[in-house]
Structures are given as structure tokens and as C-alpha cells.
Design a protein around this ligand. Structure first.
Ligand SMILES: Cc1ncc(COP(=O)(O)O)c(C=O)c1O
Length: 370
């Protein structure tokens, strides 16, 4: 089976994790944590990095650092991963959805302003599947309405917007290092920012809000979102290959594009002139009327041929768990709905070989011709 995504752990991962075990630095202090936070923040052109337990807690921490809470609203794409909505709900704020664009699949920034109210405190810009969200328009709105921008860059390590690294554009950003991400720490996440005040607040909240002056005096309700030194050891090892992983994913996307472009009824990922897409996942849309079979049928046929795929995210307004909370009833986001119904991603690991890509493409072509 060609897996849809697997990590590449062929560097110093084992050596560094072993060092944690043999030196007893296994909790949330140690040399790897400092190194990983510094190296990753610098990679994102940010001054500060605060490592967390995962990407969801990084998002929550970033929202908490921005002091978002009950009575506030946060604008977020309808086509995203549930963690975005969850993190907003943890703060007591209300998520307000915006549809996706048909080409980049990220939030349609032209539809954001109509969703801004006196309660809007932040816009969560999600760089979906590795393609950056169009940030300039959001920056203008943020300035005009005095609202913050939180980048959810969980899927976009190394992506660029107009030559600037994703993660350094908004006020504060969150990354994930889950095993399928461009670099991984097993589970893990990081908040990055260039704002010293936000960084201090995020660092304090991630560690139970100990008072800076006196340990075990807690200035507010905090969280334990601390990453372990063992996770950070993986992160430091992965950092040595991050550019290689990004380039591999871009090369793979180019190969897929070339080998699949003649197949009727498929839509491929784009790279806008202003963007560097890191193709975290190589997604395609299946137009059943032209391709001949549905997305789900294509996924099933590929599975029979030993190729694992995943369906795109189902839109947030259609999630029963959020509807049960009284959210998003009667709301419609046609682009997000179409993406959720017709999108799938093909194997996308950084370690994929050209012959595996050729095998996947041959299988898609074969199914299309039947
Ligand atoms: C866009 C987005 N945001 C947040 C997350 C949450 O990250 P984690 O799984 O590390 O909690 C993910 C995870 O895949 C994601 O894709």
C-alpha cells in the first residue's frame, strides 16, 4: 500500500531522542526545547517560538494570548479542519464562517468584510493544504477595524506570501507537528510571533500562568500545553531537513500535475503568482459528470490498487457537533460544500519516490479510461 502520508525519520531523530532518555531530560525542559523553539521561529522569520503539545493547543494558546473570550467573534474559513473551530469554542468566542475560493481553496478574502461586526476580535487565516491565504486584503481589514490576524499555518511550513514566510505576517501564528505535517514531533505544535508582549503572555499561559515573580503563584487560569524535550528532539532533527521536505513536496506536485493534466474531469491545486505553495497534501477535485465516477468511487478503486487517499475536510457548518452547539444553522457555503464532496488527496509524503508517483498516476489514468 502506498500510504497517503508518512513521516521521514531518517536523520538524527533516534540519536537525539535517545540522548533525552539517557540524560533524563524527558519533560518540558532541556536543550532540544530551546533549540527547536529558536530554530523554528527563525525559520518562520519570527523572534519568538513557544512549543506546545499539538497544533490545536497552539491555536487555543494564540487566541488566549490575544485575550479572545466570551462575547467575541472570530472569523474563520468554512473549509478548514475542525481544530480551528474547537480552539475558538474553548475560549468562549463565536466562530463566524467565510466560504473558500474555488482555486486556492483558502478563505475568500473578498467575503470577509461583510462578516465583520462590533464583536469581531480576530481573523483566523488558514493556509489550507499548503497554499497561503491572500494576506494583504486581510491586513487592510485588520487595520481598518482594529482586529488581530492569527495565521493557522498547521499545514504550511515554509510557504510564502509575496516572498514573506507564512507565520510571520499576522500578529501571531500556530503550527502543528503531527506525524503527517511537513516536519513532525509526533504530536506537537508551536506558536510563533514577532510581538514580545504576545510571546510573553503565550509562554506564561502555556505553563499554568505562573507569576513571573513567584513560582506557584498563578496570575490567571493557565494551561499545561508544554511540549516535551523528547518531542523537541525530534523537531531539531527534522529541522535539518525542512527545506528538503518542502522541495520534495513541490517536486512531487509538479510531477503529479504533469502526469495527470490530460485526465478529463480533474481539478488540480494552483500556485498563485504571489504564493509559494508547499503542497502539504496534493489535492484534486473530481467532477463526476466528466470523470465518469464519483470521488468516493475513485478512492475505493485506488484502494483496491494499493493506493491510500483521503477525502477533503467536510465543511464546518455541516458538522453535527457544531450544529448541536447552535452554530451555523441554515448557513450555506457552496464552495466549501463542493470541496468537501469532490476533493481527495493523493499520497503526499516527502519521501515519496518518482516511481510511486508514476504508479499512482497510472492507476488514476487507468480508472479514468474504464
Ligand atoms: C488547518 C489545521 N489547523 C489545526 C490543526 C490541528 O493540529 P493538531 O492535529 O496538531 O492538533 C490541523 C491538523 O491537522 C490542521 O490541519
Amino acid at each position: 500500500m502506498i500510504p497517503v502520508c508518512e513521516p521521514t525519520l531518517t536523520g538524527k531523530e533516534l540519536e537525539y531522542v535517545t540522548e533525552c532518555l539517557t540524560t533524563n531530560w524527558i519533560s518540558s525542559r532541556g536543550r532540544f526545547l530551546e533549540e527547536f523553539q529558536d530554530q523554528f521561529a527563525e525559520y518562520c522569520s519570527c523572534k519568538y517560538g513557544i512549543a506546545t503539545t499539538n497544533g490545536t493547543t497552539a491555536l487555543h494558546l494564540a487566541l488566549a494570548a490575544l485575550e479572545i473570550g466570551e462575547g467575541d467573534e472570530v472569523i474563520v474559513p468554512a473549509f478548514t479542519m475542525a481544530a480551528c473551530i474547537d480552539a475558538i469554542m474553548y475560549t468562549g468566542a463565536k466562530p463566524v464562517l467565510v466560504d473558500a475560493t474555488v482555486d486556492t481553496w483558502s478563505m475568500d478574502v473578498s467575503k470577509v468584510e461583510e462578516k465583520i461586526s462590533s464583536k469581531t476580535k480576530a481573523i483566523m487565516a488558514v493556509h489550507i493544504y499548503g497554499h497561503p491565504c491572500d494576506m494583504d486584503h486581510l491586513a487592510q481589514l485588520a487595520k481598518r477595524y482594529n482586529i488581530a490576524i492569527l495565521e493557522d499555518a498547521a499545514e504550511a511550513h515554509g510557504a510564502e506570501y509575496k516572498g514573506q514566510k507564512i507565520g510571520s505576517i499576522g500578529d501571531i501564528s500556530a503550527f502543528s507537528f503531527y506525524a503527517n505535517k511537513i516536519i513532525t514531533t509526533g504530536e506537537g505544535g508551536m506558536v510563533v510571533t514577532n510581538n514580545e508582549e504576545l510571546a510573553d503572555r503565550a509562554r506564561r499561559l502555556a505553563d499554568l500562568a505562573h507569576s513571573p515573580d513567584q513560582r506557584f503563584v498563578h496570575t490567571e487560569v493557565g494551561f499545561n500545553y508544554r511540549m516535551t524535550n523528547m518531542q523537541a528532539a525530534l523537531g531539531v532533527a527534522q529541522m535539518t531537513a525542512i527545506d528538503e521536505f518542502v522541495e520534495a513536496r513541490r517536486t512531487h506536485a509538479h510531477s503529479y500535475n504533469q502526469q495527470l493534466q490530460e485526465v478529463p474531469g480533474l481539478t488540480f491545486p494552483v500556485e498563485k503568482s504571489w504564493a509559494k505553495n508547499v503542497y502539504w497534501m496534493y489535492g484534486i477535485l473530481v467532477d463526476e459528470a466528466v470523470f465518469g465516477i464519483s470521488r468516493d468511487e475513485l478512492m475505493a478503486s485506488l484502494r483496491e490498487k494499493g493506493i491510500e487517499t483521503r477525502a477533503f475536510f467536510y465543511p464546518m457548518h455541516q458538522q453535527p457537533g457544531f450544529q448541536d452547539q447552535g452554530l451555523f444553522h441554515q448557513e450555506e457555503y457552496p464552495v466549501a460544500e463542493k470541496l468537501g464532496m469532490t476533493g481527495l488527496y493523493l499520497p503526499s509524503s516527502s519521501g515519496l519516490t518518482e516511481s510511486q508517483i508514476a504508479e499512482v498516476c497510472a492507476a488514476v489514468v487507468d480508472i479514468a479510461e474504464q
